[in-house]
Design a protein around this ligand. Structure first.
Ligand SMILES: C=C(O[C@@H]1C=C(C(=O)O)C=C[C@H]1O)C(=O)O
Length: 478
């Protein structure tokens, strides 16, 4: 496995995916003319992408745990290829809608094959996954420029689609020369950390992270959709300034991705980072929502892009995957399903809100931001493992409490066995049973390194269990 080359191909896919994300909106007019339909129909076709994602994420994510990541990266590339080539030529709206759904499926397939692979390649704290966002942004940045050139030269709009298709062919060849890392392997360190989290805290973190899949996506979508209208309506900002608040957000986002990538590579804790980012994006949004000062708003827009769109959603996914290293694909699918629900529902909710007042839209985003902050705080609290001797010992005390209860239960059950043995006149010691118990420990122990010690502990338990039975006998025969 050549980590570098494989990574490069995976990144290149996300550059193409960035193009795919906006190619329909960027070509809306040309497509409308080509299909001889109003813009509203083109917009309806675009919604097919969201439907495709919603349909495919969970299923494909699950399957990628079984069929392997490479298959799904390839499926994503092939689906995208059909989408790009098909969209450039199609004239029938039904076909176009089908192709849009296919783009959504391509997106899901790429995600379930790629995010998982980067973690399986051992990228430091999943830092590589943050960089995917930079490649998407690069695609989204360059496509409009390319389209502008095509328009200026009065060339066929389909060349932008052909560009993406051509890149896909090259990358398909490059990618398929690579082997992928083994799937769903789980290292001892991760397993040990995970086992320290109690089941109910793990459940709490999981629900919170799924919710964060929704809020983190909703936060960005709502901002990009409404910021310009909001500030014009609420503070009377002029058109240039209102568009600047979107551009500054994008610049913040790209700077955020690069800096967060470096921070994670240098081992800054994901837990601290995710809380800090959410806190600052909330504060920045607060300024944008309530400050009529243009300069303050501009700074806040940059900070908001940095903190809300700089890869914080990907950090949420990384945390989620680490909780379930044995089903990375399923978790990726689940997380992005919640994200897709946000892309689907936010335009509907905000459309309704804007009818009451446009100023409600971004203030609703503030509420979402607060929810997100709350969810990551709950998550971090739940998955935190203690770091000082005192707090770690407190945890050991709790575990010991549970063990003692269970040992009381075990010894009480031994009493029953002992009575039955007396009735049936059987000896206390049963060697085959003890061997069987020791073998079962080897099977059940989740961490092989621990196994011999667990077996020794059990030998001591059984030795004492026999001593206890002997004592019961003696009392009985007194
Ligand atoms: C409790 C029993 O008696 C003894 C103690 C054992 C134990 O503590 O698990 C197992 C086998 C016996 O040597 C039993 O036979 O199950």
């Amino acid at each position: 496995m050549h980590k570098r080359q494989l990574s490069l191909s995976l990144y290149l896919n996300y550059f193409i995916h960035g193009i795919g994300l906006i190619i329909l909106t960027q070509n809306m007019k040309a497509l409308g003319q080509h299909w001889q339909t109003p813009l509203a129909t083109v917009s309806y076709v675009i919604s097919g992408i969201g439907i495709g994602r919603l349909l495919a994420y969970f299923i494909l994510g699950n399957l990628s745990d079984y069929w392997g990541r490479k298959f799904f990266v390839n499926l994503g590339m092939i689906s995208y290829f059909i989408f790009f080539v098909g969209m450039a030529f199609v004239t029938n709206i039904q076909m176009a809608y089908f192709l849009a759904i296919l783009a959504g499926i391509a997106n899901s397939a790429l995600d379930s094959g790629t995010y998982t692979t980067f973690i399986e390649m051992g990228s430091k704290q999943g830092s590589a996954n943050i960089l995917l966002k930079a490649f998407m942004s690069a695609g989204e940045f360059l496509l409009p420029l390319f389209i502008a050139v095509l328009e200026k030269q009065q060339l066929w709009y389909g060349w932008s689609f052909m560009l993406a298709a051509g890149l896909l062919i090259i990358n398909f060849i490059l990618l398929n020369r690579q082997t992928f890392p083994p799937r769903n392997q789980e290292n001892t360190a991760a397993r040990t950390a995970n086992l320290q989290i109690s089941p109910w805290k793990k459940a709490l973190a999981s629900v919170s992270l799924a919710g964060y899949g929704y809020t983190s996506m909703a936060l960005m979508i709502l901002y990009t959709q409404w910021i310009s209208l909001f500030v014009t309506h609420t503070f009377g900002f002029n058109a240039i300034l209102s568009h600047w608040l979107l551009s500054l957000y994008s610049m913040g986002s790209i700077s955020g991705v690069l800096i967060i990538f470096v921070l994670l590579k240098n081992n800054l804790s994901e837990n601290k980072l995710v809380i800090a980012l959410n806190l600052f994006s909330f504060l920045a949004l607060l300024v944008i929502c309530y400050s009529p000062n243009a300069l303050l708003s501009m700074i806040a827009a940059f900070v908001f892009g940095f903190t809300a769109a700089g890869g914080v959603m990907q950090i949420g996914l990384n945390l989620f995957i680490k909780l379930y290293p044995h089903i990375k694909g399923r978790i990726t699918g689940l997380y992005f399903t919640f994200g897709s629900l946000a892309s689907f529902s936010i335009p509907i909710i905000t459309g309704w809100l804007s009818k009451q007042s446009i100023s409600y839209t971004l203030r609703f985003d503030l509420l979402i931001s607060l929810m997100g902050l709350l969810l990551v705080c709950i998550t971090v609290w739940a998955i935190q493992v203690p770091t000082t001797i005192t707090s770690t010992r407190q945890q050991i005390n709790k575990i010991d409490g549970r063990i003692i209860k269970l040992l009381n239960q075990r010894f009480s059950t031994v009493t029953t066995i002992n009575n039955l043995k007396e009735e049936q006149q059987l000896p206390i010691f049963d060697e085959s049973r003890e061997t069987q118990i020791l073998q079962e420990i080897a099977q059940k122990s989740k961490i092989p390194d621990h196994t011999p010690y667990l077996q020794k502990i059990y030998q001591a338990i059984m030795l004492n269990s026999r001593a206890y039975q002997t004592k019961l006998h003696q009392e009985e025969n007194k």
